[in-house]
Design a protein around this ligand. Structure first.
Ligand SMILES: Cc1cc2nc3c(=O)[nH]c(=O)nc-3n(C[C@H](O)[C@H](O)[C@H](O)COP(=O)(O)OP(=O)(O)OC[C@H]3O[C@@H](n4cnc5c(N)ncnc54)[C@H](O)[C@@H]3O)c2cc1C
Length: 468
């Protein structure tokens, strides 16, 4: 197991199939090289970091080292929710760093949704960015209770923007079978992820940054004596003043960080473009992203070309943190996602599904995302976003750029900066624990559907996650 192979086939996702131009591979690294900042990984984290560094200091030499092609990872495959969600809950942040820190984190996430909008407008990146918010539907009394609790929780952290919806308000936004209410927040934009990743890569080059593709980092070596940090790659050694690790799920493939991140799979399906009549019976006119209040997360968006792109968890964690292109598809999850859509939107019955794909995202043991820079070793990193990395990676890029350039901005004092997560357990405990969590969510949803009461198993699992 190691970095993704340079010969890896691009995931056959809706997003890669609907790029305006087919991606042309960039050349690989041609021998040893020396730069100011070397960034390993050409996903959102790596590309935002490169962009933001060059915006702050155009004289820097910045090199992005990507094993396959920019956007190959989760960044080019995701659900396209640029939301203000942060993986770790407010209560846990407040318990550790105080209420002000939790409020600052919330505000920074909201600002980041807009920061993406400003950046894509400034750089001319046509990635279908539309800030239409998120509608989360409650189906049944138990889910409605969770919706109410969410709104109360948001209020307790000063957020008046998350509002409770009655069934009629929900119907104004989305027509979901059995909706008993829901919530709406304006703080989410819909994007086409592969267009954003590819557009960012071009923007980095326009700013003077360099990108090599088909080049895998094999080792990242910290500063030692007079020598700065280095990246050893399949195509040569890169000497740098700073090395940024932006490899998310693949972080577990480096010998020095095997147990820091667990790769967890999220999978998606997409329909053919739907007719106007079908859209009239579904809604989503302003293109808000949508979900519901079940335990096993689902997420969807109406794409700019009129399809439904819809995803969810449910794929198993693979023993030993294995990542394999074969895991990007899963027949059971594929069927489950289609059946869920069919149940939510009966008008979809008989619709053709054109795509099924997925990929690994990264989770730290305590579910905290983090960003770090250690001046002594010259090493920086960001990740562990779980399923909320589209916006968080933008915040990571801006934060890393400030830290590396020595700009003491408020971003550098957010509670996730310098956070150190514990390591995951060795196998087989890791395998058993993660898959038990998955099972608890599935069983919880089944109990709530069939018995109409809140699941104690799922609630216990949630409390455990919040507390760790
Ligand atoms: C199906 C799916 C749906 C999702 N939906 C959403 C969503 O709607 N909203 C949201 O906020 N988040 C979502 N996420 C999560 C989000 O996509 C990620 O958190 C985010 O894209 C992570 O960006 P990244 O740049 O850190 O990592 P990645 O995009 O995974 O990039 C890492 C890059 O590093 C490269 N790499 C790995 N190892 C090496 C090496 N040794 N040398 C060189 N390069 C290497 C990889 O090829 C890859 O391109 C989803 C994820 C998945 C899989």
């Amino acid at each position: 197991m190691g970095a993704p192979s340079a010969a890896a086939v691009l995931p056959s996702s809706l997003w890669w199939d609907t790029l305006d131009t087919a991606p042309t591979p960039r050349p690989a690294l041609s021998g040893d090289r020396s730069v100011d900042v070397a960034i390993v990984g050409g996903g959102f984290t790596g590309l935002w970091t490169a962009r933001e560094l060059l915006m702050r200091d155009p004289t820097l030499s910045v090199l992005v080292i990507e094993a396959v092609t920019c956007g190959f990872g989760a960044s080019g495959r995701n659900g396209g929710w640029a939301s203000a969600l942060f993986a770790k809950g407010d209560d846990a942040i407040a318990a550790r760093h105080g209420r002000e820190a939790a409020l600052a984190m919330r505000a920074a996430m909201r600002d980041s949704v807009d920061a993406i909008g400003h950046a894509v407008a400034a750089d001319g990146i046509a990635c279908d960015y539309v800030k239409g918010g998120t509608v989360t539907v409650a189906r049944g009394a138990v889910q409605l209770e969770r919706a109410r609790a969410d709104v109360l929780h948001a209020r307790s952290f000063g957020d008046d923007d998350l509002i409770l919806l009655g069934p009629d308000d929900v119907a104004d936004l989305i027509h979901v079978d059995g909706a008993s209410g829901g919530t709406f927040t304006p703080h989410c934009a819909t994007i086409h992820p592969a267009k954003l990743a590819r557009g960012l890569a071009t923007a980095v080059e326009r700013l003077g940054g360099a990108i090599v593709e088909g080049t895998a980092a094999t080792t990242i070596v910290p500063r030692a004596g007079n020598r700065g940090p280095q990246v050893h790659t399949t195509h040569g050694v890169v000497d740098a003043s700073v090395v940024v690790r932006a490899t998310e799920a693949w972080t577990s493939t480096f010998a020095t960080s095997r147990r820091s991140i667990a790769p967890i799979y999220s999978l998606m399906v997409a329909t053919e473009p739907l007719s106007d009549a079908t859209w009239a019976s579904i809604g989503l006119t302003g293109r808000p992203t949508f979900a519901d209040f079940r335990h096993l997360i689902i997420y969807g968006q109406r794409t700019a070309d009129g399809r439904l792109a819809f995803g969810g968890r449910g794929a198993p964690y693979h023993f030993g943190s294995r990542i394999d292109p074969a895991f990007d598809r899963n027949e059971t999850v594929d069927e489950h996602l289609r059946a869920t859509l069919d149940e939510l939107f009966p008008a979809l019955h008989g619709t053709t599904f054109t795509h099924h794909w997925g990929g690994p995202l990264g989770a730290a043991r305590d579910w905290w995302s983090s960003v770090s820079y250690d001046r002594a070793s010259g090493l920086a990193a960001a990740g562990g976003y779980v399923g909320d990395g589209v916006t968080t990676s933008n915040l990571a890029g801006r934060t890393l750029a400030d830290l590396i350039c020595g700009i003491d901005s408020p971003l550098c004092h957010l509670p996730w900066v310098g956070h150190r997560s514990p390591k995951w357990e060795p196998e087989p405990l890791r395998y058993l624990g993660i898959n038990a969590g998955l099972l608890a969510a599935q069983l919880g949803d089944r109990t709530e559907r069939t018995r109409g009461r809140a699941s104690r198993v799922a609630a216990t699992m949630q409390r455990y996650l919040d507390a760790t």
